[in-house]
Design a protein around this ligand. Structure first.
Ligand code: FES
Length: 137
């Protein structure tokens, strides 16, 4: 069993993001400084996969939008803070395929060589719409 397979077998993570498949990708529309998705469009994928990949022309990186067990949404940049590869979900973590950096589902480094957390984006939900704000926090 290689390291990635081992990570995939760890089980369900803090936010319920499971498996090692790629996240389903949704295009977001830029609206008043935020990137907006209809909650009804992403509900099924959030339930089935625990998260979705959000992509927009104006975004500098793809975002993993994940749902906590308590329903709270969290948005993390998918660009590894080491040298910029795309992280992937795996066994309750976000794992970089390039050099093995591993991040928990709050974006914190649990294994290097990365030294910095993933970018965290502000996300709000109102009236059936999920908005991700491009400024990181
Ligand atoms: S680019 Fe991600 S670990 Fe090096």
């Amino acid at each position: 069993m290689d390291r990635r397979q081992a990570l995939c077998s760890v089980g369900v993570g803090l936010l319920g993001l499971s498996g090692c498949a790629r996240l389903p990708t949704f295009q977001a529309a830029l609206t008043q400084g935020g990137f907006e998705l209809k909650r009804s469009d992403i509900d099924e994928a959030l339930l089935a996969e625990g998260g979705v990949r959000v992509r927009a022309v104006e975004l500098s990186e793809d975002i993993a939008l994940m749902q906590h067990d308590d329903g709270i949404l969290q948005a993390l940049g998918m660009t590894c803070s080491h040298l910029g590869c795309q992280v992937r979900p795996g066994g309750g973590f976000l794992v970089c395929p390039c050099h093995g950096s591993t991040f928990d589902l709050r974006g914190e480094v649990v294994r290097g060589p990365a030294q910095r957390a993933l970018n965290r984006y502000i996300v709000t939900e109102k009236d059936g719409r999920v908005t991700i704000y491009a400024s990181t926090r």
